[in-house]
Design a protein. Structure first.
Length: 619
């Protein structure tokens, strides 16, 4: 067998990694850890420019983990030396998440607006990409109405706008039929031949698809058992005394580990440091076995963890190490200022704001349902407390009205983001990782774009309940009443977004009501013995925005020197609103102070939401 040494590639489009470990925490719950599990165990290898490379292996072998580690999609728990120019790479997830309610053309325009500094010839770029990917005739169709193969091609089209040099794809053929899967792989092969590095994970391809790849990287139990060309697979198996049956595709040949086989294969590849390639075509005798060219990649010194995933050279020399450190510092300082395309944060904000408002307007059914819900609740509240707002003998009814109105706003505004936002988090994570936009412009656009709908819905509910219950016909008092409702709504929405950004829909649906319950308990606690409530409990109640909202609504309704209420009985103890405020121990409470508390709680939940979103996107 012939053996040679290969020089390290100096091409910036190549992906090289050495001694990569990936460890995750095993948890039985969010609070209990059962230890660590090592998924990748010191694997090495390389994926070359101009080649379509496949990461293969059985379920649980670590295919997606390796792809996530070398692409930078996962950073926590990853150690090793990785050479990749990440600002020239993109990652296409398996489930093809896209912005909902936007057509193919609108998604392409969004990608161009966020990725290209100059918008000249934007239409020409979009047309060329969609034509080459056979999507031009589907420009007006929304992404959710595309077929599986079309959604995959759309994901590729959106990333091709700025022509990245490196493509990472997780299971691009998952869910596709054989014909569509073959078309997808041929498309990826054509992209690689144009001068890109294309790396994908794939479970068990057919013989046709298997031979479309230029390089195969096979994992088993978190270690590399083969790296090389598809044509060299069978000769490699013969080295391990394995004979692939005739007419079998190597990808269909399942080898049962007898305890010695996998270690033997790992030793033959040196856990990915050795590559097998078929010799150049030449005449051989029919009975002569096909030989392989044994190519050994030089071992490189392991870089410190801080350099893992950098674009710096990994040859370990002092000068290159210093250059790597300088490059890391520059990247860190520039990361908070602008991305590689010089697209300003303001422009990102404007583009995202426009798209978010468009999506809100197009979600007509959701808008109608929410508007109908607020109108129906307003009607019911108005009928239940119809013209009771000026009755001095109905003090407890007034309290029920204020508590009920606040609880309706809270529960509605908390649950809507919990049920809808987790799906958006997946899209945000993919788009921020592929450098469509930074997280702060997105966060600001999300916060501001939801304000008009909040104002509309809460004004509808608050106006109906205010006028139907017969509260004083004072515009300024109604404005304070509506402002309290809007502030409560914003705090509750912030809490819902924080939960939605942290948990899945299933877990969030449990966490949301679980957190609302104690807040509701604090909201109704002690109104009949308010002056006797201790200092500690009073302080605790200030952390319940539901309680703060109820107090604020009571002050808006009965404060500001309101005139005496009507009394049809011989004596009404609470006909004077000041007596009621004194009984509830809120007569000395300033509504500005309550607004300040609501503002602080709103900021708290919004910051918590941002932290959770950042953790989901950057770890």
């Amino acid at each position: 067998m012939e053996q040679t040494k290969s020089l390290l590639s100096k091409h910036s489009k190549d992906v090289e990694f050495q001694d990569v470990f990936y460890t995750v925490q095993q948890r039985t719950s969010y609070l209990r850890s059962t230890g660590q599990r090592q998924i990748l165990k010191g694997v090495s290898g390389s994926f070359r420019n101009g080649q379509l490379s496949a990461i293969m292996g059985p379920s649980g072998a670590g295919k997606s983990s390796l792809l996530n580690a070398i692409s930078g999609f996962r950073t926590t728990g990853v150690k090793g030396s990785i050479k990749i120019k990440r600002d020239n790479a993109c990652y296409i997830t398996q489930d093809d998440c896209h912005q909902t309610l936007l057509s193919v053309e609108e998604l392409m325009n969004l990608s161009c607006d966020l990725k290209l500094k100059s918008r000249l010839k934007k239409e020409e770029i979009i047309t060329d990409i969609l034509t080459n990917l056979n999507l031009n005739h589907r420009r007006s169709v929304t992404a959710e109405k595309l077929s599986g193969g079309e959604r995959k091609r759309l994901s590729i089209a959106l990333e091709l706008v700025d022509n990245p040099n490196i493509f990472f794809l997780d299971e691009p053929t998952s869910g596709l039929d054989e014909v569509t899967a073959a078309q997808c792989i041929r498309l990826l092969s054509a992209l690689a031949k144009e001068g890109r590095t294309v790396v994908c994970t794939i479970h068990q391809p057919s013989a046709t698809i298997y031979n479309c790849f230029d390089s195969i990287y096979v994992l088993a139990k978190g270690q590399c058992v083969y790296q090389g060309t598809p044509q060299a697979t069978i000769p490699f198996l013969r080295l391990a005394q394995l004979d692939c049956p005739r007419y079998y595709s190597p990808s269909d040949y399942k080898v049962v580990d007898d305890g010695e086989l996998v270690p033997r294969l790992i030793e033959l590849t040196d856990n990915g440091k050795l590559t097998y390639r078929a010799k150049a075509p030449q005449y051989v005798e029919p009975q002569q076995a096909i030989t392989t060219l044994f190519v050994e990649q030089p071992k490189r010194p392991l870089l410190p963890t801080i350099f893992a995933g950098s674009a710096a050279s990994t040859d370990g020399s002092l000068m290159n190490g210093a250059g790597a450190l300088l490059e890391q510092m520059k990247a860190l300082s520039q990361r908070f200022y602008r991305d590689r395309r010089d697209i300003s944060g303001l422009r990102q904000f404007v583009v995202l704001m426009r798209v978010m408002l468009l999506r809100i307007m197009r979600a007509r059914l959701a808008l109608i349902i929410q508007l109908f819900h607020h109108m129906l609740c307003g009607l019911f509240f108005g009928l239940i407390f119809f013209q009771l707002g000026n009755q001095g003998a109905r003090m407890f009814d007034h309290l029920k009205f204020c508590i009920g109105a606040v609880l309706m706003i809270v529960y509605t505004q908390v649950m809507v983001p919990i049920l809808s936002y987790p799906a958006d988090v997946k899209v945000v994570r993919k788009e921020t990782f592929n450098r469509w936009y930074s997280l702060m412009p997105y966060y600001m656009a999300l916060t501001i774009s939801r304000l008009p709908l909040q104002v509309l819905l809460n004004l509808t509910f608050m106006a109906m309940t205010y006028w139907m219950t017969g509260l004083p016909e004072q515009l300024w008092r109604f404005c304070i009443f509506a402002a309290v409702g809007l502030m409560i709504s914003l705090v509750a929405e912030g809490m819902g977004l924080a939960i939605g950004a942290t948990f899945s829909i299933t877990n969030g649906s449990v966490v949301g009501p679980m957190l609302i319950a104690p807040l509701m308990g604090l909201a109704v606690y002690g109104f009949d013995f308010a002056p006797q409530i201790g200092v500690g409990m009073n302080l605790l109640m200030k952390f319940s925005y539901v309680r703060v909202g109820v107090v604020s609504l009571i002050l808006a309704v009965f404060g500001f020197q309101r005139e005496d209420l009507d009394c049809d009985d011989i004596y009404c103890h609470f006909s004077d609103p000041r007596v009621l405020l004194k009984f509830l121990d809120v007569d000395k409470v300033s509504i500005l102070h309550q607004f300040g508390l609501l503002t602080m709680l709103m900021i708290f939940f919004r910051v918590l939401m941002y932290i959770s979103l950042r953790k989901r996107c950057y770890t």
